[in-house]
Design a protein around this ligand. Structure first.
Ligand code: MIG
Length: 769
């Protein structure tokens, strides 16, 4: 750690690694901020760095970076060790205190694009845009609506020297990425101090790896959570739930999870069960388990004010609810009516909340869905309006709550629709709502995760959250909230999920078929075909909308849906192995082209993506389209369905009949696959298929028991599969990198596009031509 002068302030520089450097500015020459909600600084031991000073500047050298802090005027510049400038302050404006916040300007230099920023609508590249960090319950996902439910004050600046910046500030903030001027971009926050990390690549993948090294990575998801999830608002009775479950099994359409939305509760009281609708709740969970289903239940943070309601009484007595500065408990309006909010910034509250899950866990619920945790708060007027619209008039979509004319008005509107600014949080350290808001959902989800781990040590939970902040990936999967059943929203999901993935969150998806409004058959099947390649694959729809199960759109659609859901289940070993890479390195499953290719063209094709290193997905997102133009990056490609070979580097036209989403395998692909099953664990998967495309490639296959934490003690296998060419023939190599688990695999079945070959699972190199 080093401290230097910066204009009239002090600047503390910490060298987390040779590529990750923290810049923490004082305010009035002192540092008050000694917390972080997502970086565990104690975990890191600083690296060595050479420090030199002359009258022009301070010079810091790590093995990868050359950092210069000029004195007069103050200016930070970072070079690589070859002398290439990576990033520079704009003039002496690296730290500017103005009005109620701080600005930090950087020069617009070699950056070709800015990506990441968490969960965002609009174009993939945010160069020229403004982006707000304020978790917002936004029901209208029209083009470029901003912000949504999560805040990730992080971006990846893409160039030949890619880097990232992470602003560790939870307060209200926004980015101006060249909207105001082409010469600079800036970050504005309403925090007391400016505290950010420079994260070097130089490749985009290394930026993500380093960023997640700092903010954390996911755990191995339970294997069942990689299957299909079926949901709606709401399957609101036992009969309905049984009916759905039985239909899936009768029709042999694979599915692993069924969802209970807010109507399973007694008057929207969290941690209760409505016994009129679910008289035999416990038995139902057991019966569904026998059919191979897991049940995921929704848990909202708002607690109904009701003097007879246990949770409310306890919380009131123990002082667990958010208060205003005056000491008065803050009261809002959410689905239960008048509502109070647990203060997840208190350790005691997190523990209490976590323990409340016990009854459900003991009865076999391993999945929890945290909604409304921005936290969303209706006004009294909105509350009665929503009740009227949805329950009486049977609306399929709410009115647009934010019709702002300009940026400033928008900021005002989103801030109004939340807890009052004078709410305070925490106990040892007090946070005003402005600093707590963006991490409220993160803290709720953390409490759920930690509670679960206490209660049921032997099982990995599945947690799904709507709100979040950088680091949410440590606790939960993320879905992007209330989209619509429109082609526009099918399209936007392709882009939104790429940026969220770049932001270090691998377990992501959107409501397949769309949430608000009625879905129609063509849209539904195109969305299913895309959803197979969402790491989190869930069908969900809003109250009062038409049915949205795989069989709801007639026989033809059902048949295609089944075929693609089957494909998803076949791909589970590939997907699970990719999660191992996400857990170890933070590399996401959904990969923008920039992560995989050096091609010049990669930025111009945001409507395609790589699913892992091998599968190129080119979704169809327009009605009546039976073909589409798509770009194949340089190299050789093979049509997934026919094996037809293509030379990449150009745009091609591909056929896309209703029963086909264009998919291509990269040369050298090795895709581990299973037999189809109705749910994860139904069949012991003794055959491991390897779908192989010609060329040279390598894949790290991961397996464990799929449900326990035993992998943390080394109970897993890592097998390297690799292919290579020798004398015009192709070979497969098998190498055990780690053996800690008894593999169920009896047979390896290699499927090239021409032939099948069977092997035992043993090390060696085998001819597959
Ligand atoms: O205000 O629980 O995004 O998935 O079905 C609506 C009802 C509340 C919003 C969630 C949606 C869920 C719905 N919730």
């Amino acid at each position: 750690m080093e401290i230097v002068e910066y204009n009239n302030e002090l600047l503390k520089i910490e060298f987390i690694t040779s590529k990750i450097v923290r810049f923490h500015f004082s305010k009035d020459r002192i540092w008050k901020k000694n917390y972080s909600f997502c970086v565990n600084l104690e975990k890191f031991k600083e690296v060595d760095c050479e420090h030199r000073e002359d009258n022009r500047a301070h010079y810091f050298l790590t093995s990868d970076l050359d950092i210069r802090i000029y004195k007069n005027p103050s200016k930070i510049q970072i070079y690589d060790r070859k002398g290439n400038l990576i990033i520079s302050d704009y003039r002496d404006l690296g730290y500017v205190k103005k009005g109620n916040g701080i600005y930090s300007y950087k020069e617009m230099g070699r950056e070709k694009a800015f990506l990441g920023f968490g969960e965002r609508l609009g174009a993939l590249n945010k160069k020229g845009k403004r982006i707000i960090n304020w978790n917002t319950d936004e029901p209208n996902h029209e083009f470029e609506r901003d912000p949504l439910y999560q805040s990730h004050p992080f971006f990846l600046a893409y160039s030949d020297l890619s880097y990232g910046l992470f602003y560790d500030s939870t307060a209200f903030s926004y980015f101006d990425m060249g909207f105001e001027s082409k010469n600079y971009y800036y970050f504005f926050n309403q925090d007391d101090e400016l505290d950010y990390y420079f994260i070097f690549g130089p490749s985009p993948k290394e930026v993500i790896e380093n960023y997640t090294y700092l903010t954390g990575r996911c755990y191995m998801p339970p294997l069942w959570s990689l299957g299909l999830h079926q949901s709606r608002w709401s399957y609101d009775s036992e009969d309905k739930v049984y009916k759905i479950a039985e239909l899936f099994r009768k029709k042999n359409i694979p599915c692993d999870a069924l969802y209970l939305d807010i109507d399973y509760m007694e008057g929207y009281r969290v941690f209760t069960v409505n016994r009129k609708r679910f008289p035999n709740f416990e038995k139902m969970i057991g019966d569904l388990k026998k059919l191979g289903f897991k049940v995921v239940i929704i848990v909202d943070p708002g607690i109904k004010i009701d003097k007879k309601y246990k949770i409310y009484i306890e919380g009131l007595k123990e002082g667990l609810f958010c208060k205003k500065k005056t000491g008065e408990i803050f009261v809002g309006y959410v689905w239960p009516g008048k509502t109070v909010f647990p203060d997840f910034f208190k350790e005691k509250v997190r523990k209490w909340w976590g323990e409340k899950h016990k009854w459900f866990i003991d009865n076999g619920i391993y999945g929890f869905w945290n909604d409304m945790n921005e936290p969303s708060n209706f006004s009294k007027f909105d509350y009665y309006m929503m009740k009227l619209l949805f329950h009486v008039l049977h609306f399929k979509e709410p009115p647009d709550p934010f019709k702002a004319k300009n940026f400033e008005e928008r900021i005002k509107q989103i801030k109004e629709k939340t807890l009052h600014q004078d709410v305070i949080h925490g106990d040892d350290e007090i946070f005003i709502h402005n600093k707590a808001h963006n991490v409220y959902g993160l803290m709720m989800t953390k409490s759920t995760f930690e509670g679960f781990r206490e209660i049921k040590k032997e099982v990995r939970p599945f947690i799904l959250s709507r709100a979040g902040f950088s680091g949410i990936q440590k606790y939960s999967a993320v879905w992007c909230g209330d989209n619509k059943s429109t082609w526009e929203n099918l399209y936007s999901s392709i882009v939104t999920l790429q940026n969220l993935s770049i932001s270090g969150v691998p377990f992501v998806g959107e409501d397949v078929g769309g949430f608000w409004r009625d879905c129609e058959k063509e849209l539904f099947i195109r969305w299913i075909q895309l959803g197979v390649f969402y790491p989190f694959f869930r069908i969900h729809t809003a109250k009062n909308t038409r049915d949205q199960e795989p069989w709801s759109f007639g026989e033809e659609i059902e048949k295609i849906a089944k075929e693609y859901i089957n494909l998803r289940y076949q791909l589970i070993p590939y997907i699970y192995s990719l999660f191992y890479e996400a857990k170890e390195k933070g590399i996401p499953l959904i990969r923008s082209f920039i992560l995989e290719f050096q091609d010049e063209e990669v930025l111009s094709h945001e409507d395609e993506f790589m699913f892992g290193p091998f599968i190129l997905v080119a979704p169809v997102y327009l009605r009546d389209k039976r073909e589409r133009d798509m770009y194949l990056p340089k190299g050789f490609w093979f049509d997934f369905y026919t094996g037809k070979r293509y030379r990449g580097g150009s745009i091609i036209k591909v056929l896309a009949p209703l029963n086909r989403i264009p998919l291509f395998l990269r040369e050298g692909s090795i895709i581990p696959m299973w037999d189809v099953q109705n749910y994860v664990g139904e069949k012991k998967q003794e055959n491991l298929y390897l779908k192989i495309a010609p060329g040279e490639g390598r894949f790290l296959y991961y397996e464990d028991d799929g449900i326990s934490w035993n992998y943390e003690n080394g109970e897993f296998n890592l097998i390297e599969f690799y292919t290579f060419m020798k004398d015009g023939n192709q070979y497969l190599g098998i190498k055990f990198l780690k053996k800690g688990y008894e593999s169920p695999i009896k047979k390896i079945i290699v499927k090239t596009f021409k032939n099948d070959f069977n092997f035992e699972l043993k090390e060696g190199e085998f001819l597959i031509t």
